[in-house]
Design a protein around this ligand. Structure first.
Ligand code: ME8
Length: 530
């Protein structure tokens, strides 16, 4: 296991306000970063915005603003959302910042010097919406953009090109030598079959048809094409090529750091084909992992700014709280697959997992400790009931499973393990029947052991939920009155370490949602965006 981590989200286009789809990726990366830090690792987490390009220039013009003012306003909304969702990013990179544009110009010059970039003329099928040129085979007979399915048009302009064709074998070797480089596995096949096998053309890396971009120093009138500009953020944010490159040394050059890019399926080819090529050209190390998450759909369509079918995350967080939204995104939509947002699933998931299982286990346990032990958690003892040891074993194996899944970015599955532990705790109450034990003075020891085991299960589950539930986990610790020294991750391996303290039973962690009413409320929120 490496000792340091660098995790990135894509940098989002501030062409319109952020939607739940953007929040999805950032929340999942945040959960991963918090998990690593919780376990004592150093993890640098980067997000940001991709602020150049024709689309932004157009959108700004449409509302009578200059592009910089336009992006400044939207970026402040992105930042507000990240604050609201308690995103723990260590930096926020904007491609309009000098620290970034300087690096992009340097990168461009280096590639040019090396002969990996040449000046030519581009004529091809161009999708204005996606700002991408496509080959004849990709647009098909209908001449539609393979990404957004809008009609494409032929376009011609003087442009610089990156010799992508030269590096194809290196990319195939990268996939071959590093099975975890691009996951899920299906994405690798897609890259090979859809893009590499049909013949990868050279990539256009400059434009003359718009001016909102990083100027190419070597030729007036050219700006760096958005993808070379955008991908460079992953190293410019660390100070690559600047006088202040200590972060770059620590989180990129040092092999002890694991570099993980998380991205949506729609931008895989740029990350999995061109980005490694650019890095090769710069003689820089490859990322260790590119993890492609699925898309959040609305009625089978990708939720996207340009389609206007978005869910605004602000009112959702305001009504249901940050924990519920973070939890829903991580648990309901399997990380790595597409998923759809429906109000019903949202309400059901929160009620089932957070209200009925987790919240209820805490509430019931604290209630019983107040009733049977005057609010003091009994100390641990082993084997008082035949159900104790199996529960302990289950809890300890849950921790192991959770860790190996989380380390492999299987975040949804890792959380499912915690749910199972909580459910196991509820089942343990049914098995041991504390209300029966309480009636028999000779069973007092057994009753005490049951209470202690329940408290320790809640303690472990709360620690494992901590990367996701930034409030409820601490609230559970507070209600259980877990001492500060036990609020560190490694203590959870010592089953039974919590006990002897007086509890502070409080409000339930999550209020039960009235399904009918809340589904209606979310539907109203959704319709307000159209
Ligand atoms: O592509 N469901 O920016 P972008 C889940 N600037 N995730 C979604 C989503 C959805 N419906 N819609 C967007 C760009 N995302 C470029 C990236 S990176 C060097 C440059 C997430 O604003 C998903 O992670 O269109 C996607 O890759 C990302 O937002 C990019 O959004």
């Amino acid at each position: 296991m490496k000792k340091r981590f660098y995790i990135t989200t894509p940098i989002y286009y501030p062409s319109a306000k952020p939607h739940l789809g953007n929040a999805y990726c950032t929340v999942l990366c945040d959960i991963f970063a918090r998990y690593k830090r919780l376990r004592g690792f150093d993890c640098f987490f980067l997000t940001g915005t991709d602020e150049h390009g024709m689309k932004i220039e157009k959108n700004a013009k449409a509302v009578g603003k200059d592009p910089q003012t336009f992006v400044d306003e939207i970026v402040s909304i992105f930042k507000k959302l990240w604050e609201l969702l308690e995103i723990s990013n260590d930096d926020y990179i904007r491609t309009t910042e000098k620290r970034h544009t300087d690096v992009v110009q340097k990168v461009f010059s280096k590639l040019l010097e090396k002969g990996d970039i040449y000046l030519g003329e581009y004529e091809g099928w161009y999708c204005k919406e996606c700002e991408a040129f496509w080959t004849e085979t990709q647009v098909g007979k209908e001449h539609l953009c393979p990404d957004c399915h809008r009609p494409v048009e032929t376009a011609k302009e003087e442009a610089y090109f990156y010799k992508a064709s030269k590096h194809v074998d290196e990319i195939l070797k990268l996939y071959n030598d590093n099975p975890k480089f691009l996951t899920p596995e299906s994405r690798k096949n897609e890259m090979i079959n859809t893009f590499i096998k049909p013949g990868l053309g050279d990539l256009c890396v400059s434009r003359t048809s718009f001016s909102w971009g990083v100027p190419v120093r070597e030729r007036a009138g050219h700006v760096v094409y958005v993808w070379l500009d955008a991908l460079t953020n992953y190293i410019s944010a660390l100070g690559y090529g600047s006088d202040n490159d200590s972060l770059f040394k620590k989180y990129w050059e040092d092999e002890e750091c694991e570099i993980i890019h998380v991205l949506g399926a729609d931008i895989t080819r740029f990350h999995a084909i061109y980005w490694p090529m650019f890095l090769k050209s710069l003689n820089l190390r490859m990322p260790d992992r590119e993890f492609v998450h699925g898309l959040l759909m609305m009625k089978d369509e990708k939720m996207s700014k340009s389609k206007g079918n978005i869910i605004n995350p602000f009112p959702l967080v305001e009504r249901y709280g940050v924990d519920s939204i973070r939890y829903y995104l991580a648990r309901e939509i399997n990380f790595g697959s597409d998923g759809s947002f429906t109000p019903q699933q949202f309400v059901e998931r929160i009620n089932a997992d957070l209200v009925n299982s987790y919240g209820n286990l805490l509430n019931r346990t604290l209630g019983m400790i107040n009733k049977y032990f005057d609010g003091v958690v009994p100390l641990y003892q082993s084997d008082a009931t035949p159900f104790d040891k199996p529960l302990e074993d289950f809890a300890l194996s849950t921790i192991k499973m959770y860790e190996s899944l989380f380390d492999d970015l299987k975040i949804t599955d890792a959380l499912a393990c915690v749910n199972e532990l909580v459910n196991r705790g509820n089942k343990y109450i049914d098995e041991t029947m504390p209300w029966v034990l309480a009636k028999d003075e000779s069973k007092k020891d057994q009753l005490a052991s049951v209470m202690n085991h329940l408290v320790n299960v809640i303690y472990i589950a709360s620690m494992l939920y901590k990367p996701v539930l930034t409030h409820a986990s601490d609230e559970a610790f507070n209600q259980l009155n877990v001492s500060e020294d036990l609020r560190t991750y490694n203590k959870i391996y010592e089953f039974g370490c919590v006990g002897g303290q007086k509890i502070n039973k409080g409000q339930p962690l999550f209020p039960r949602l009235d399904a009918e009413e809340e589904i209606k409320q979310i539907q109203i929120m959704m319709s307000e965006n159209h």
